[in-house]
Design a binder for this molecule. Structure first.
Ligand code: EPZ
Length: 418
Protein backbone atom coordinates (compact mmCIF):
# COMPACT_ATOMS: atom_id res chain seq x y z
CA UNK A 1 0.00 0.00 0.00
CA UNK A 2 1.17 3.54 -0.70
CA UNK A 3 1.01 6.61 1.47
CA UNK A 4 1.48 10.31 0.77
CA UNK A 5 3.87 12.47 2.78
CA UNK A 6 2.84 16.12 2.53
CA UNK A 7 4.89 19.08 3.74
CA UNK A 8 2.41 21.89 4.33
CA UNK A 9 2.71 25.64 3.90
CA UNK A 10 3.26 26.07 0.17
CA UNK A 11 1.06 28.34 -1.94
CA UNK A 12 -0.30 26.70 -5.10
CA UNK A 13 0.55 28.83 -8.13
CA UNK A 14 0.35 27.84 -11.78
CA UNK A 15 -1.83 25.87 -14.20
CA UNK A 16 -3.40 22.46 -13.54
CA UNK A 17 -5.31 20.20 -15.92
CA UNK A 18 -8.56 18.32 -15.17
CA UNK A 19 -8.85 14.71 -16.38
CA UNK A 20 -11.95 12.98 -17.77
CA UNK A 21 -14.86 12.37 -15.40
CA UNK A 22 -14.88 9.06 -13.49
CA UNK A 23 -18.63 9.25 -12.91
CA UNK A 24 -19.32 9.91 -16.57
CA UNK A 25 -16.86 7.33 -17.93
CA UNK A 26 -18.40 4.48 -15.90
CA UNK A 27 -21.98 4.64 -17.33
CA UNK A 28 -20.53 5.38 -20.79
CA UNK A 29 -18.47 2.17 -20.53
CA UNK A 30 -21.60 0.24 -19.45
CA UNK A 31 -23.41 1.54 -22.57
CA UNK A 32 -20.89 -0.38 -24.72
CA UNK A 33 -22.75 -3.56 -23.70
CA UNK A 34 -25.81 -2.39 -25.69
CA UNK A 35 -24.15 -2.87 -29.06
CA UNK A 36 -21.41 -4.72 -30.95
CA UNK A 37 -18.52 -3.28 -32.91
CA UNK A 38 -15.88 -0.77 -31.90
CA UNK A 39 -17.30 1.51 -29.21
CA UNK A 40 -14.66 4.16 -28.54
CA UNK A 41 -14.21 6.48 -25.56
CA UNK A 42 -11.54 9.19 -25.47
CA UNK A 43 -10.31 11.41 -22.60
CA UNK A 44 -10.71 8.42 -20.29
CA UNK A 45 -9.14 9.08 -16.86
CA UNK A 46 -6.43 6.68 -15.66
CA UNK A 47 -8.14 5.58 -12.43
CA UNK A 48 -8.45 2.42 -10.39
CA UNK A 49 -12.25 2.40 -10.81
CA UNK A 50 -11.89 2.60 -14.58
CA UNK A 51 -9.46 -0.32 -14.73
CA UNK A 52 -11.76 -2.31 -12.42
CA UNK A 53 -14.69 -1.70 -14.75
CA UNK A 54 -12.57 -2.78 -17.73
CA UNK A 55 -12.01 -6.08 -15.86
CA UNK A 56 -15.77 -6.47 -15.34
CA UNK A 57 -16.44 -5.92 -19.05
CA UNK A 58 -13.63 -8.28 -20.10
CA UNK A 59 -15.02 -10.86 -17.65
CA UNK A 60 -18.27 -10.64 -19.63
CA UNK A 61 -16.54 -11.37 -22.92
CA UNK A 62 -15.99 -7.83 -24.19
CA UNK A 63 -12.77 -7.14 -26.06
CA UNK A 64 -11.27 -4.15 -24.24
CA UNK A 65 -8.42 -2.44 -26.08
CA UNK A 66 -6.58 0.40 -24.35
CA UNK A 67 -5.69 3.31 -26.61
CA UNK A 68 -3.67 6.43 -25.90
CA UNK A 69 -5.97 8.27 -23.49
CA UNK A 70 -8.99 6.10 -24.13
CA UNK A 71 -10.46 2.67 -24.75
CA UNK A 72 -12.15 0.69 -27.52
CA UNK A 73 -14.76 -1.79 -26.26
CA UNK A 74 -16.20 -4.44 -28.58
CA UNK A 75 -19.13 -6.21 -26.91
CA UNK A 76 -20.05 -8.29 -30.00
CA UNK A 77 -19.22 -11.51 -28.16
CA UNK A 78 -20.25 -10.42 -24.69
CA UNK A 79 -22.45 -12.88 -22.87
CA UNK A 80 -24.41 -13.01 -19.64
CA UNK A 81 -22.02 -13.95 -16.88
CA UNK A 82 -22.03 -12.98 -13.27
CA UNK A 83 -20.35 -9.73 -12.28
CA UNK A 84 -18.36 -11.30 -9.42
CA UNK A 85 -18.22 -10.04 -5.85
CA UNK A 86 -14.44 -9.59 -5.81
CA UNK A 87 -14.77 -7.02 -8.59
CA UNK A 88 -18.09 -5.44 -7.61
CA UNK A 89 -17.08 -4.97 -3.95
CA UNK A 90 -14.16 -2.78 -5.01
CA UNK A 91 -16.29 -0.69 -7.32
CA UNK A 92 -19.97 -0.57 -6.58
CA UNK A 93 -20.74 1.25 -9.83
CA UNK A 94 -20.45 -2.21 -11.43
CA UNK A 95 -24.20 -2.37 -10.76
CA UNK A 96 -24.40 -0.27 -13.94
CA UNK A 97 -24.07 -3.50 -15.96
CA UNK A 98 -27.51 -4.59 -14.67
CA UNK A 99 -29.57 -2.46 -17.03
CA UNK A 100 -27.70 -3.17 -20.28
CA UNK A 101 -27.31 -6.88 -19.46
CA UNK A 102 -31.04 -7.39 -18.95
CA UNK A 103 -31.79 -5.28 -22.02
CA UNK A 104 -29.50 -7.36 -24.22
CA UNK A 105 -29.19 -10.81 -22.64
CA UNK A 106 -32.60 -10.94 -20.91
CA UNK A 107 -30.77 -11.85 -17.69
CA UNK A 108 -28.23 -10.31 -15.35
CA UNK A 109 -26.41 -11.63 -12.28
CA UNK A 110 -24.52 -9.04 -10.30
CA UNK A 111 -23.09 -9.34 -6.83
CA UNK A 112 -24.87 -7.02 -4.46
CA UNK A 113 -22.32 -4.26 -4.01
CA UNK A 114 -22.68 -4.10 -0.26
CA UNK A 115 -22.17 -0.92 1.63
CA UNK A 116 -19.11 1.21 1.71
CA UNK A 117 -17.57 3.63 4.17
CA UNK A 118 -20.05 6.40 3.39
CA UNK A 119 -23.24 4.40 3.70
CA UNK A 120 -25.35 1.31 3.07
CA UNK A 121 -25.64 2.22 -0.63
CA UNK A 122 -28.76 0.08 -1.36
CA UNK A 123 -29.93 -0.53 -4.95
CA UNK A 124 -33.61 -1.12 -4.12
CA UNK A 125 -34.69 1.75 -6.39
CA UNK A 126 -32.80 0.25 -9.36
CA UNK A 127 -34.54 -3.09 -8.75
CA UNK A 128 -38.00 -1.57 -8.15
CA UNK A 129 -37.76 0.17 -11.52
CA UNK A 130 -36.63 -2.98 -13.37
CA UNK A 131 -39.54 -4.90 -11.81
CA UNK A 132 -41.91 -2.20 -13.08
CA UNK A 133 -40.46 -2.90 -16.54
CA UNK A 134 -41.49 -6.55 -16.18
CA UNK A 135 -38.25 -8.04 -14.83
CA UNK A 136 -38.20 -10.75 -12.18
CA UNK A 137 -35.76 -9.88 -9.42
CA UNK A 138 -34.30 -12.41 -7.01
CA UNK A 139 -31.58 -12.11 -4.35
CA UNK A 140 -29.56 -15.30 -3.99
CA UNK A 141 -26.32 -15.81 -2.09
CA UNK A 142 -25.39 -12.16 -2.16
CA UNK A 143 -26.15 -11.88 -5.87
CA UNK A 144 -29.04 -10.09 -7.50
CA UNK A 145 -30.53 -12.04 -10.41
CA UNK A 146 -32.72 -10.11 -12.83
CA UNK A 147 -34.58 -11.88 -15.65
CA UNK A 148 -36.91 -10.50 -18.32
CA UNK A 149 -37.94 -12.12 -21.61
CA UNK A 150 -38.66 -8.66 -22.86
CA UNK A 151 -38.42 -5.51 -20.80
CA UNK A 152 -41.45 -3.33 -21.41
CA UNK A 153 -41.70 0.42 -21.15
CA UNK A 154 -43.07 1.69 -17.84
CA UNK A 155 -43.68 4.91 -15.96
CA UNK A 156 -41.12 5.10 -13.15
CA UNK A 157 -40.98 7.77 -10.47
CA UNK A 158 -37.95 7.59 -8.18
CA UNK A 159 -38.91 8.61 -4.63
CA UNK A 160 -35.24 9.40 -3.96
CA UNK A 161 -33.07 10.97 -6.62
CA UNK A 162 -30.53 8.33 -7.62
CA UNK A 163 -27.71 8.98 -10.11
CA UNK A 164 -26.78 5.41 -11.06
CA UNK A 165 -30.41 4.35 -10.60
CA UNK A 166 -31.44 6.82 -13.31
CA UNK A 167 -28.51 5.70 -15.48
CA UNK A 168 -29.32 2.00 -15.05
CA UNK A 169 -32.92 2.48 -16.15
CA UNK A 170 -31.87 4.62 -19.13
CA UNK A 171 -29.54 1.77 -20.16
CA UNK A 172 -32.36 -0.78 -19.72
CA UNK A 173 -35.08 1.24 -21.45
CA UNK A 174 -33.35 1.85 -24.79
CA UNK A 175 -34.23 -1.69 -25.99
CA UNK A 176 -37.48 -2.13 -24.01
CA UNK A 177 -40.80 -2.61 -25.82
CA UNK A 178 -42.62 0.71 -25.75
CA UNK A 179 -42.15 3.93 -23.84
CA UNK A 180 -40.42 4.38 -20.49
CA UNK A 181 -40.86 7.60 -18.56
CA UNK A 182 -38.42 8.29 -15.72
CA UNK A 183 -39.71 10.95 -13.35
CA UNK A 184 -37.63 12.59 -10.62
CA UNK A 185 -34.63 11.60 -12.74
CA UNK A 186 -31.21 12.74 -11.51
CA UNK A 187 -29.97 15.96 -13.14
CA UNK A 188 -26.24 15.34 -12.58
CA UNK A 189 -24.21 16.26 -15.71
CA UNK A 190 -22.97 12.66 -15.95
CA UNK A 191 -26.59 11.49 -16.42
CA UNK A 192 -27.12 14.11 -19.12
CA UNK A 193 -23.93 13.02 -20.92
CA UNK A 194 -25.17 9.42 -20.91
CA UNK A 195 -28.40 10.63 -22.53
CA UNK A 196 -26.48 12.39 -25.33
CA UNK A 197 -24.29 9.32 -25.90
CA UNK A 198 -27.30 6.97 -26.08
CA UNK A 199 -29.00 9.37 -28.52
CA UNK A 200 -25.84 9.34 -30.67
CA UNK A 201 -26.02 5.51 -30.59
CA UNK A 202 -29.53 5.75 -32.08
CA UNK A 203 -31.69 5.65 -28.95
CA UNK A 204 -35.03 7.46 -29.04
CA UNK A 205 -34.84 9.78 -26.00
CA UNK A 206 -36.56 13.02 -24.98
CA UNK A 207 -36.04 15.17 -21.90
CA UNK A 208 -32.26 14.72 -21.66
CA UNK A 209 -30.98 17.01 -18.90
CA UNK A 210 -34.40 17.32 -17.26
CA UNK A 211 -36.01 15.43 -14.37
CA UNK A 212 -38.42 13.72 -16.77
CA UNK A 213 -36.73 11.47 -19.32
CA UNK A 214 -38.82 9.63 -21.95
CA UNK A 215 -37.27 6.70 -23.81
CA UNK A 216 -38.91 4.69 -26.57
CA UNK A 217 -37.25 1.32 -27.18
CA UNK A 218 -35.47 0.67 -30.47
CA UNK A 219 -34.18 -2.62 -31.89
CA UNK A 220 -30.62 -1.68 -32.78
CA UNK A 221 -28.01 0.72 -31.43
CA UNK A 222 -24.72 1.52 -33.13
CA UNK A 223 -21.25 1.86 -31.61
CA UNK A 224 -19.97 5.44 -31.38
CA UNK A 225 -16.89 7.44 -30.54
CA UNK A 226 -17.45 9.70 -27.51
CA UNK A 227 -15.20 12.06 -25.56
CA UNK A 228 -15.58 11.83 -21.78
CA UNK A 229 -16.31 15.23 -20.24
CA UNK A 230 -13.98 16.79 -17.62
CA UNK A 231 -14.37 15.65 -14.02
CA UNK A 232 -16.25 18.38 -12.13
CA UNK A 233 -15.31 16.91 -8.73
CA UNK A 234 -11.59 16.73 -9.52
CA UNK A 235 -11.89 20.32 -10.81
CA UNK A 236 -13.73 21.38 -7.66
CA UNK A 237 -11.07 19.74 -5.50
CA UNK A 238 -8.36 21.80 -7.23
CA UNK A 239 -10.46 24.98 -6.84
CA UNK A 240 -10.65 24.41 -3.08
CA UNK A 241 -6.92 23.63 -2.95
CA UNK A 242 -6.11 26.96 -4.62
CA UNK A 243 -8.48 28.88 -2.33
CA UNK A 244 -7.12 27.25 0.85
CA UNK A 245 -3.43 27.81 0.12
CA UNK A 246 -3.70 31.54 -0.69
CA UNK A 247 -2.94 30.32 -4.19
CA UNK A 248 -3.42 31.59 -7.71
CA UNK A 249 -4.27 28.68 -10.00
CA UNK A 250 -5.68 28.38 -13.52
CA UNK A 251 -7.67 25.15 -13.71
CA UNK A 252 -7.70 24.18 -17.38
CA UNK A 253 -10.73 22.55 -19.08
CA UNK A 254 -12.67 23.11 -15.85
CA UNK A 255 -16.45 22.60 -16.41
CA UNK A 256 -17.37 25.90 -14.71
CA UNK A 257 -21.00 25.53 -15.83
CA UNK A 258 -21.30 22.38 -13.68
CA UNK A 259 -19.81 24.02 -10.58
CA UNK A 260 -22.06 27.00 -9.84
CA UNK A 261 -22.98 25.87 -6.31
CA UNK A 262 -19.32 25.35 -5.33
CA UNK A 263 -18.27 28.61 -7.01
CA UNK A 264 -20.90 30.55 -5.04
CA UNK A 265 -19.59 29.09 -1.77
CA UNK A 266 -15.93 29.75 -2.62
CA UNK A 267 -16.73 33.37 -3.49
CA UNK A 268 -18.72 33.76 -0.25
CA UNK A 269 -15.67 32.37 1.56
CA UNK A 270 -13.57 35.16 0.06
CA UNK A 271 -11.92 33.49 -2.94
CA UNK A 272 -11.90 35.02 -6.40
CA UNK A 273 -13.25 32.63 -9.06
CA UNK A 274 -13.21 33.80 -12.67
CA UNK A 275 -13.50 31.98 -16.01
CA UNK A 276 -10.39 32.35 -18.17
CA UNK A 277 -9.41 30.71 -21.50
CA UNK A 278 -11.94 27.88 -21.18
CA UNK A 279 -10.88 27.24 -17.60
CA UNK A 280 -11.31 28.81 -14.19
CA UNK A 281 -8.79 30.91 -12.25
CA UNK A 282 -9.07 30.71 -8.47
CA UNK A 283 -7.22 33.20 -6.27
CA UNK A 284 -7.24 32.88 -2.48
CA UNK A 285 -5.80 36.23 -1.42
CA UNK A 286 -8.24 37.09 1.37
CA UNK A 287 -8.83 35.52 4.82
CA UNK A 288 -11.16 32.52 4.53
CA UNK A 289 -14.70 33.35 5.69
CA UNK A 290 -16.93 30.65 7.19
CA UNK A 291 -19.86 29.58 5.04
CA UNK A 292 -22.63 27.03 5.67
CA UNK A 293 -22.86 24.05 3.31
CA UNK A 294 -25.83 21.77 2.66
CA UNK A 295 -25.32 18.92 0.20
CA UNK A 296 -28.21 18.15 -2.16
CA UNK A 297 -28.74 16.66 -5.61
CA UNK A 298 -27.51 18.61 -8.64
CA UNK A 299 -27.45 21.53 -9.29
CA UNK A 300 -27.20 22.18 -5.54
CA UNK A 301 -23.97 21.67 -3.59
CA UNK A 302 -22.52 18.23 -4.45
CA UNK A 303 -22.02 15.68 -1.68
CA UNK A 304 -18.76 14.70 -3.40
CA UNK A 305 -17.33 18.13 -2.50
CA UNK A 306 -18.47 18.16 1.16
CA UNK A 307 -15.30 16.72 2.66
CA UNK A 308 -13.06 19.05 0.67
CA UNK A 309 -15.04 22.12 1.79
CA UNK A 310 -14.86 20.93 5.40
CA UNK A 311 -11.06 20.97 5.19
CA UNK A 312 -11.24 24.57 4.01
CA UNK A 313 -13.77 25.58 6.69
CA UNK A 314 -11.44 24.08 9.33
CA UNK A 315 -9.14 27.10 8.86
CA UNK A 316 -11.87 29.71 8.30
CA UNK A 317 -12.55 32.73 10.50
CA UNK A 318 -15.77 31.64 12.19
CA UNK A 319 -18.42 28.94 12.48
CA UNK A 320 -19.61 26.82 9.56
CA UNK A 321 -22.49 24.32 9.65
CA UNK A 322 -22.09 21.51 7.12
CA UNK A 323 -25.17 19.36 6.51
CA UNK A 324 -24.84 16.08 4.60
CA UNK A 325 -28.29 15.14 3.27
CA UNK A 326 -27.32 12.42 0.76
CA UNK A 327 -25.31 9.77 2.62
CA UNK A 328 -25.76 8.68 6.21
CA UNK A 329 -22.10 8.27 7.07
CA UNK A 330 -20.07 10.75 5.08
CA UNK A 331 -18.19 12.37 7.97
CA UNK A 332 -15.38 9.79 8.20
CA UNK A 333 -12.87 12.57 7.50
CA UNK A 334 -13.89 14.45 10.67
CA UNK A 335 -11.91 12.27 13.10
CA UNK A 336 -8.81 12.60 10.93
CA UNK A 337 -9.15 16.38 10.62
CA UNK A 338 -9.59 16.56 14.41
CA UNK A 339 -6.22 14.81 14.77
CA UNK A 340 -4.75 17.81 12.94
CA UNK A 341 -6.36 20.20 15.43
CA UNK A 342 -9.58 20.96 13.59
CA UNK A 343 -12.49 21.95 15.86
CA UNK A 344 -15.48 19.99 14.52
CA UNK A 345 -18.56 18.70 16.33
CA UNK A 346 -20.79 16.17 14.58
CA UNK A 347 -24.47 15.83 15.46
CA UNK A 348 -26.22 13.37 13.11
CA UNK A 349 -26.22 14.85 9.62
CA UNK A 350 -24.71 18.15 10.79
CA UNK A 351 -21.06 19.00 11.42
CA UNK A 352 -20.30 22.31 13.14
CA UNK A 353 -16.83 23.51 12.16
CA UNK A 354 -15.20 26.23 14.26
CA UNK A 355 -12.29 27.58 12.27
CA UNK A 356 -8.85 27.45 13.89
CA UNK A 357 -5.81 29.56 13.05
CA UNK A 358 -3.88 26.60 11.68
CA UNK A 359 -3.79 22.83 11.47
CA UNK A 360 -0.78 20.72 12.44
CA UNK A 361 0.51 17.86 10.38
CA UNK A 362 -0.22 14.35 11.65
CA UNK A 363 -0.28 10.71 10.52
CA UNK A 364 -3.77 10.12 9.05
CA UNK A 365 -5.71 7.28 7.47
CA UNK A 366 -7.90 7.62 4.39
CA UNK A 367 -11.29 5.95 4.67
CA UNK A 368 -13.05 6.74 1.40
CA UNK A 369 -12.41 8.54 -1.85
CA UNK A 370 -13.44 12.12 -1.11
CA UNK A 371 -12.43 11.96 2.55
CA UNK A 372 -8.89 11.16 1.41
CA UNK A 373 -8.96 14.19 -0.89
CA UNK A 374 -9.93 16.38 2.05
CA UNK A 375 -6.99 15.04 4.11
CA UNK A 376 -4.59 15.92 1.28
CA UNK A 377 -6.02 19.45 1.16
CA UNK A 378 -5.64 19.79 4.93
CA UNK A 379 -2.05 18.56 4.66
CA UNK A 380 -1.29 21.27 2.09
CA UNK A 381 -2.02 23.99 4.66
CA UNK A 382 -0.95 22.24 7.88
CA UNK A 383 2.22 23.18 9.78
CA UNK A 384 4.73 20.39 9.35
CA UNK A 385 4.38 16.95 7.86
CA UNK A 386 1.12 15.06 7.20
CA UNK A 387 1.13 11.39 6.23
CA UNK A 388 -1.99 9.98 4.56
CA UNK A 389 -2.07 6.18 4.45
CA UNK A 390 -4.40 3.81 2.52
CA UNK A 391 -4.41 6.15 -0.46
CA UNK A 392 -5.77 3.40 -2.67
CA UNK A 393 -9.03 5.17 -1.79
CA UNK A 394 -7.65 8.34 -3.39
CA UNK A 395 -6.39 6.54 -6.50
CA UNK A 396 -9.93 5.31 -7.23
CA UNK A 397 -10.95 8.82 -8.26
CA UNK A 398 -7.87 11.00 -8.77
CA UNK A 399 -5.34 10.50 -11.55
CA UNK A 400 -1.88 11.03 -9.96
CA UNK A 401 -3.05 13.90 -7.78
CA UNK A 402 0.36 14.39 -6.18
CA UNK A 403 2.05 14.90 -9.56
CA UNK A 404 -0.52 17.51 -10.56
CA UNK A 405 -0.30 19.38 -7.25
CA UNK A 406 3.51 19.24 -7.08
CA UNK A 407 3.65 20.84 -10.52
CA UNK A 408 2.02 23.96 -9.02
CA UNK A 409 4.03 24.19 -5.81
CA UNK A 410 2.93 21.44 -3.46
CA UNK A 411 5.45 19.21 -1.71
CA UNK A 412 3.98 15.69 -1.73
CA UNK A 413 5.85 12.40 -1.86
CA UNK A 414 4.28 9.01 -2.59
CA UNK A 415 6.06 6.22 -0.68
CA UNK A 416 5.46 2.56 0.04
CA UNK A 417 3.62 2.14 3.36
CA UNK A 418 5.47 -0.70 5.17
C1 EPZ B 1 -23.36 8.45 -7.51
O1 EPZ B 1 -23.48 7.37 -6.62
C2 EPZ B 1 -21.88 8.78 -7.59
N1 EPZ B 1 -21.16 7.62 -8.12
C3 EPZ B 1 -21.36 9.14 -6.21
O2 EPZ B 1 -20.00 9.51 -6.35
C4 EPZ B 1 -22.15 10.35 -5.69
O3 EPZ B 1 -21.73 10.65 -4.40
C5 EPZ B 1 -23.66 10.01 -5.69
O4 EPZ B 1 -24.07 9.60 -7.03
C6 EPZ B 1 -24.51 11.20 -5.28
O5 EPZ B 1 -24.28 12.27 -6.15
C7 EPZ B 1 -21.18 7.39 -9.46
O6 EPZ B 1 -21.80 8.12 -10.23
C8 EPZ B 1 -20.40 6.19 -9.94
P1 EPZ B 1 -27.27 7.70 -5.54
P2 EPZ B 1 -24.88 6.56 -6.51
O7 EPZ B 1 -27.91 6.46 -6.05
O8 EPZ B 1 -25.57 6.57 -7.82
C9 EPZ B 1 -29.93 6.32 -1.88
C10 EPZ B 1 -17.74 9.53 -5.80
O9 EPZ B 1 -17.19 10.02 -4.81
N2 EPZ B 1 -30.35 5.18 -2.73
O10 EPZ B 1 -27.51 8.98 -6.25
O11 EPZ B 1 -24.60 5.25 -5.86
C11 EPZ B 1 -28.45 6.25 -1.53
O12 EPZ B 1 -28.25 5.41 -0.40
C12 EPZ B 1 -19.02 8.74 -5.64
O13 EPZ B 1 -17.33 9.64 -7.00
C13 EPZ B 1 -31.29 4.28 -2.24
O14 EPZ B 1 -31.77 4.40 -1.12
O15 EPZ B 1 -25.68 7.47 -5.48
C14 EPZ B 1 -28.13 7.69 -1.23
O16 EPZ B 1 -28.53 7.99 0.08
C15 EPZ B 1 -19.35 8.53 -4.16
N3 EPZ B 1 -31.66 3.25 -3.05
C16 EPZ B 1 -29.02 8.45 -2.22
O17 EPZ B 1 -30.05 7.53 -2.62
C17 EPZ B 1 -31.16 3.07 -4.31
O18 EPZ B 1 -31.57 2.12 -5.00
C18 EPZ B 1 -28.30 8.94 -3.47
O19 EPZ B 1 -27.59 7.84 -4.00
C19 EPZ B 1 -30.20 3.99 -4.78
C20 EPZ B 1 -29.82 5.04 -3.97
Amino acid sequence: MDKLIIEGGNRLVGTIEVSGSKNSALPLMAAALLTGGKYTLTNLPKLKDISTFKKVLSHMGCVVENTDGGVIIDASNARMVEAPYDLVKTMRASVLVLGPMVARFKEARVSLPGGCAIGARPINLHLMALEKMGAEVEIQGGYVIVKAKNLKGAKICFDTITVTGTENIMLAAVHADGETIIENAALEPEVTELGYALKKMGADIDGIGTDKITIRGVKELRPIEYKVMPDRIEAGTFMVAAAMTTGNVLIKNCPAEHLDALTDKLKAAGASVKTENGGVRVVGDKPIQSVDIKTYPYPAFPTDMQAQMMAMMSISSGLSVITETIFENRFMHVAELQRMGANITVDGRNAVVKGVRSLSGAPLMATDLRASASLVLAGLVANGITEVSRIYHLDRGYDAIEKKLNAIGANIKRVKDE
